[in-house]
Design a protein around this ligand. Structure first.
Ligand SMILES: CC(C)(COP(=O)(O)OP(=O)(O)OC[C@H]1O[C@@H](n2cnc3c(N)ncnc32)[C@H](O)[C@@H]1OP(=O)(O)O)[C@@H](O)C(=O)NCCC(=O)NCCS
Length: 172
């Protein structure tokens, strides 16, 4: 998988490529991403029970999957990853089979310290290295942190509805 560890400057976290062994952590992060602040978060088992959620991770590590993990002293604190979906089983932010869809979350104690931005930048670099033409995502407009972060790196709305826009970042 492309990518390399990125020193995090003044902060004490680092960002490294995700591996198959990170799937349990990605599962936790998927729940945070699917149920952001202000929503009622179900138990972790919900990720496996809900096929529309599980499809973001099931068989993690297949061709086309890539991700990055932020960690402190070997302990993960956040992750961003992408995978491509088919037209028959699309993600919430599906644009095309050629465009992978991004997921991201940072553990609550580490938010607002630049970790999300560092993860997003690293994942964009990974996508460029992997020759992805673009990245897409779906976000709730009420998710102020995510809306601000995505807009600041160039994501723009290409679909979805007013409440849940689908956003795209072109990489070419
Ligand atoms: C979205 C998320 C990943 C951002 O991670 P983070 O580490 O807190 O973000 P950063 O510290 O790198 O900040 C990135 C930008 O978002 C802004 N931001 C962060 N939290 C914010 C908040 N609660 N309200 C408004 N803006 C916020 C920051 O100010 C920063 O923008 P700036 O550089 O222009 O000031 C994090 O809030 C999170 O994990 N949320 C829950 C999961 C989620 O919603 N995932 C996305 C689903 S689509």
């Amino acid at each position: 998988m492309p990518g390399r560890p990125i020193p995090a400057g003044e902060s004490d976290y680092t960002v490294r490529p995700a591996t198959d062994a990170d799937q349990p952590f990605l599962r936790q992060m998927l729940l945070l991403a699917a149920f952001p602040p202000g929503t009622v978060r179900p138990p972790l088992e919900r990720v496996d029970q809900d096929e529309r959620l599980a499809r973001y991770l099931v068989g993690w590590g297949r061709v086309g999957d890539a991700g990055v993990v932020a960690e402190v002293a070997g302990r993960p604190i956040g992750a961003a990853w992408y995978r491509s979906f088919s037209l028959s089983t699309p993600g919430h932010g599906f644009v095309s089979e050629a465009v992978p869809e991004l997921s991201i979350a940072v553990t609550p104690a580490w938010r607002r310290r630049g970790v999300g931005r560092a993860l997003l930048r690293a994942l964009i670099e990974t996508a460029r290295d992997g020759a992805a033409p673009a990245l897409s995502l779906s976000v709730s407009r009420r998710n102020a942190a995510a809306m601000r972060l995505y807009g600041s790196v160039g994501f723009r709305r290409v679909g979805g509805d007013e409440e849940h826009p689908t956003m795209l970042l072109e990489l070419s």
